[in-house]
Design a protein around this ligand. Structure first.
Ligand SMILES: *Cc1c(COP(=O)(O)O)cnc(C)c1O
Length: 394
């Protein structure tokens, strides 16, 4: 077992575990017991990989970004998760978990969503598998991500606007957990990131690890070796980053750089830089870094990107940040928006604003000319056009 992988109790170092209300013990334990055997079974693998290929459109390209490489003085490759069906990496996880839920005999699917990308991915796989789907979404996000709400409804999902807290992702998570407590028997909670009680962080990381599985052979074809010098990804809950680094975690010659959302700046109080500012606490069933005050009250996060606007982070990421395996940099709204525009104009790719945070670290790093850098573009920017336009026309 690797130095950074989860232990048999569901911990990454001191982070992780399953901190859940008594009423959920049985159903979380049921998933803990079922998921490994199911994910390792031949029938699951066959159906999952076939759907990834024929339905989601994998493998996603590994694209050599020539103009950006010249600008940043390295060999920059983009892992194009924006090319996936539904527009982001979220579909990799949603497809895997819906197959698990089906095999566990569950009838009803619930999910939380922030920007709506995970809600859309979940509504999509529920349509595909003919399952009932309820998506919890903060009312603020329902309003600022209207096109994704319409997509979910068209796909047949029920979208429930959540009016507690500041009505964003954290509040949607709370409401989904509340629903689960009321329907533990027939309902499967399809979590969208490497967060929540064990085994979710590990399961979601494994389902996203197809990203680094593909990077291994794609970079070998292009560079003659199966590893890059740098891996770069943005972190909200941490799933696209976990997928990008999964097969390189114990290969210490590969540097890992994670971008978290700095918002208006880490010192302004208007930020979602969880790893920079967080202290160890418990949120949504896991022990991890949380932005909180001395009384343990969770501070409301802020980022221009709805997908990174979360006060916690996955336990795997807290652990590799604490141990120095990963370098974590905060990227502000301004830096991300400019990096997103730069990719648009230099390579003709409009990235999601979340992904633009990963691009924002390029200017903060010093590369050698033959450094091979793989940066994951976690999603496409269609959903963010209004935010981009408003920002650049102000
Ligand atoms: C949801 C989302 C993210 C953030 O989630 P992670 O679990 O940290 O990957 C990043 N990029 C896009 C495009 C997303 O939709």
């Amino acid at each position: 077992m690797g130095k950074y992988t989860v232990d048999e109790n569901g911990y990454y170092g001191e982070f992780g575990g399953a901190y859940i209300p008594e009423i959920l013990h049985a159903c979380v334990e049921e998933i803990q017991k079922a998921y490994k055997e199911i994910l390792n079974s031949e029938s699951f693998k066959q159906e999952y990989y076939q759907l990834l290929r024929d339905y989601a459109g994998r493998p996603s390209p590994l694209y050599y970004a020539k103009r950006m490489s010249e600008k940043y003085g390295c060999k920059l490759y983009l892992k194009r998760e924006d090319c996936n069906h539904t527009g982001a990496h979220k579909i990799n996880n949603a497809l895997g978990q819906i197959l698990l839920a089906k095999r566990m005999g569950k009838k009803r699917i619930i999910a939380e969503t922030g920007a709506g990308q995970h809600g859309v991915a979940t509504a999509t796989v529920c349509a595909l598998m003919n399952m009932e789907c309820v998506v919890y979404m903060g009312k603020t996000d329902v309003e600022r991500q209207a096109p994704n709400v319409e997509r979910m409804k068209m796909l047949g999902a029920t979208v429930v606007p959540v009016t507690s807290g500041n009505m964003t992702l954290k509040d949607a998570c709370n409401e989904a957990i509340r629903d689960w407590c009321c329907h533990p028997e027939d309902t499967y909670y399809l979590i969208g990131s490497t967060m929540g009680p064990y085994p979710y962080p590990e399961m979601v990381a494994r389902l996203q690890s197809v990203i680094s599985e593909e990077i291994k052979y794609q970079i070998k074809e292009k560079e003659g070796r199966d590893y890059p010098d740098y891996l770069i990804a943005c972190v909200g809950g941490g799933s696209n980053a976990a997928g990008t680094i999964y097969h390189y975690l114990d290969d210490e010659q590969v540097k890992i750089v994670l971008a978290e959302a700095g918002g208006l700046g880490v010192e302004t109080g208007q930020t979602a830089a969880t790893i920079k500012l967080g202290t160890v606490g418990i949120i949504h069933g896991m022990k991890t870094y949380v932005i909180q005050d001395e009384d343990g009250q969770i501070t409301e996060p802020y980022s221009i990107s709805a997908g990174l606007d979360y006060p916690g982070v996955g336990p795997m990421h807290s652990n590799i940040a604490k141990n120095g395996r990963a370098t974590v940099l905060a990227v502000t709204d301004d830096e991300a928006m400019n990096a997103g525009m730069e990719l648009t104009r230099m390579e003709g790719i409009i990235p999601a604003i979340e992904s633009a945070h990963a691009l924002g670290v390029l200017q903060k790093l010093k590369f050698k000319p033959d450094d091979v850098v793989v940066l994951t573009v976690s999603g496409r920017g269609d959903k963010d056009l209004n935010t981009y336009l408003k920002y650049f026309n102000k």
